[in-house]
Design a protein around this ligand. Sequence first.
Ligand code: PMP
Length: 362
Amino acid sequence: MGIEPRAGILDIRPYKPGSSEAPGIANPVKLSSNENALGCSPKAVDAMTAIAPKLHLYPDGGATKLREAIAEAEGLEAENIVCGTGSDELLQLLGRAYLNPGDKVVQSQYGFLVYRLVAMQCGAHFVSAPERDYRTDVDAILETAGDDTKIVFLANPNNPTGTYISDAEVRRLREGLPSSTLLVLDSAYAEFVSNADYSAGIELARERDDVIVTRTFSKIHGMAALRLGWAYGNKSIIDVLHRVRGPFNVNMAAIEAGTAAIRDRDFMKRSADHNEEWVAFLRQQIGGLGLEVTPSVCNFVLIHFPETAGKTAADADAYLSSKGLIIRAVDAYGLPNALRATVGTEDENRRLVAALSDFMKA
Ligand code: PMP
């Protein structure tokens, strides 16, 4: 018998990333991980390339330059920011710092899978609140959370549904929770949302000491490979996260590329504009095939399939894969009849619609 890990660790089913392979197809189109259709800022590539001769040096453990660049670009205070190896790491750090075994963690029904993993790693008790129409239901979260929940995780907008709740609703949620509950607002897709009633939650985190916002460079900045995220919140929380992070948790390439990327507002705007155009196209075209598409403000759409033999989500997944198009099964989220497709380039989006059209006609 091997050495036993902590109780509960072996119950964890490791996170399964979006596939990048279609059997027998040389160069498949990958629309399974919500990556940026436009790539990333050329300025970020240049900045990363420039540090190649410095690979023998440790990075600045505090990522000061990057935090200052984020603060300047976003109108924030650098001391209220902590960076991480992807926002994933920041979510893990929140669990490590705040969760005791047996603590209660609440999320919305189809919330991002990593929250469950964080809770399980810490031996916390994980509960989901039901959604309505694939949308976060604040009343259900308040009812589920009660007054003894340590963390509420809310992806806004959420992956894999693509839906969001308004700033007013987020504030109503915060008001309804006790101040002993930390509200984690995961705003990974915030930059894609142009709706006037939406907020990434930065103002709320500035006003309160029981809210933290996490952000990522993986989506609008197209830097998923480098693993870079940041969190903004009250200094009391930021100080705690600095204590539990690794001494050099963000690497030098990420610091340099991230600093260039956050300043490249033109690339960010082009990414958001491209997305707005093509997410609408996918929704309209795929909806026109008789498939239900959940309204999305993100860089992906959730497509619902019938249970009819030959036309199920699993059938569609296999068909698309045979045509070299990889999208994402979401049964791990309790959505066995749906698939999630990332917004791609114009050509990729048109190929996806054409293949789905052929699938539905077949
Ligand atoms: N939150 C949400 C809602 C996500 O969809 C993702 C990425 N799939 C993340 C956080 C993690 O992003 P990253 O670690 O790349 O910053």
